[in-house]
Design a protein around this ligand. Sequence first.
Ligand SMILES: [Zn+2]
Length: 395
Amino acid sequence: MTDTAILAVLLAAIAGIAAGRAWSAARRRGELRDRPGFRSSGHYLQGLHHLAAGQVELAISELSKVARESPEAVEVLQVLGDLLRQSGQVERALALRQQVLLRRDLTRAERAHALAALGTDYRKSGFLDRALRTFQEVLEADPGNLHALSEIGKLQEEQRQWPEAYETRTRLARLRKADDSLVLGHLQAEMGREALLAGRADEAERAFRTALSLDRRVFPAHLGLADLLLPRNPAQAAAVLEDAVRTDPDRAYLAFDRLLRCLDAAAEPSRFVDLCEGLIRRDPRDWRARLALARILIREERHEEAVGLLLRAMEANPQALEVHLETWRALRALGASGPAVDRYLASAEAAVFYRDPHLCRSCRYRADAMLWRCPQCHEWDTFVEERLAPAAAAR
Ligand SMILES: [Zn+2]
């Protein structure tokens, strides 16, 4: 079965349970009139069979017949709406939700469910403002509605409304009784970055420090704080970055450029060399620390030593294109010159698609740099450097 089909069956089951609960609650309150037995319709059963077999289009066709025969079957309309949305027929799905919401006899749960589905339809069709308003309406009817809250949070994050997104996450974490401090820290770091870009330094500093007090692993908060401190106190900025490297050595490379700038400004470049050497001792496969060291050697015109280091980096990760390019640059400085070398370097630099591939651990989305929030699955802090296994391991 495809993922879509599994999702559809799950949705159908959830909708069934929700509707069943709403129905028995309504019956207890005596507010429900008898509903015709659409369940005995052949189209209904046929529709469910198609759904279970992952034949979404056939399920849509059968359930549409049920919806025509029994327009009062709210749960069927809801599931049909979800299937239509999934198969890309968002306009039909929207019409169906509106048909459901016009009914006067909906229970509270049915209304909240229909509104939440409408909001998701709007989000999927790009009407973000309308989606937000619809989910807010769900919350007015049902303040603890987790689905609506989490969708609102996603919308706010997508529109970079960081303070609002932070508030929504806080509420969500409280309701779920879950520890969400890493994500909350990332949201604070985004607030800090935005304040920094707008020149509001005090506000930025507060946000970065809040982020780090929530979770020290919020790497971009270290980076932002260092950017803020560098002009007035490079030594202090360097200390922030060294702290970041200690907290999360696997991400040290993200701090290299800044750290070198800070230590150059503080007239202590040798501290950068010490740090890189420490990283290599900790993890002999650390090719990025070797590359950074090689670049320092190249800066000092020690090209031969640089090439030695680059060859070691290449052993650690032969796929890293940056290492190959840097090696050629060093070789050129050592005399490997000529139009062929120049042409090779130019076309290698221009042709590369993924120069430094990073991968989302959650959905496998690939990007050419570290991202803190995945644009595809919307998770936070899921990216890692993508490394291919050595060919020897595959054999
Ligand atoms: Zn992802």
